[in-house]
Design a binder for this molecule. Sequence first.
Ligand code: PRP
Ligand code: URA
Length: 207
Amino acid sequence: MENVFESQHPLVKHKLTLLRSVQTNPKKFRELVRELGALLTYEATADLATSLVDVTTPMAQTQGDHLKEKVGLVPILRAGLGMVEGVWELMPSAEVWHIGLYRDEHTLKPVAYYTKLPIAPTVAVCLILDPMLATGGSAVATVDILKNWGVNKIKFVGLIGAPEGIQRLHEAHPDVPIYLAAIDDHLNENGYIVPGLGDAGDRQFGT
Ligand code: PRP
Ligand code: URA
């Protein structure tokens, strides 16, 4: 599908396998979410615009590239929080704007409980961070919020996507590229991704 990118990087695949394992404890799980967040963001930001700036090295004057656009990280609470630290290691000046959504366990619809964005956008590009793209409801709601805020350059960076969620996000917002470590098989009757990794929030926070 156009605008959907499944990482083919061996490091990503290796770490994702460790992440999936039921034997991985919360400490290791958090470490892997952080590392995978950084690796996936590296792939997702390959087309960020740069401008030429002057730089003086100890040897000479030259020119180099400088990121042109201000990047905002938008973790979807709770599970997306774990990806922020890894991305911040790559882009320490990125602003972070939190969006709180949880899935109603009966309807599977996202329920918004926290959105604190300034009136006007302060960034040009938003990276939505959330490990799981299941039905796609949370991701679509977040893109809606960001577009209403006034940001039009948005990318979704996740770890595992179900075909159902990818389809839904792509249909609602075909302009939003989706970067994932893996595309899994299906959703079960409770809306969980199979084989997936279970509940990404519970596994990070030990709940
Ligand atoms: C998880 C996950 C996504 C959402 C995906 O969050 O982190 O935000 O489910 O499901 P969807 O694609 O069907 O909307 P959850 O609702 O479990 O909240 P939590 O992160 O606070 O545990
Ligand atoms: N949210 C999760 O944390 N895991 C799933 O498999 C689906 C939604």
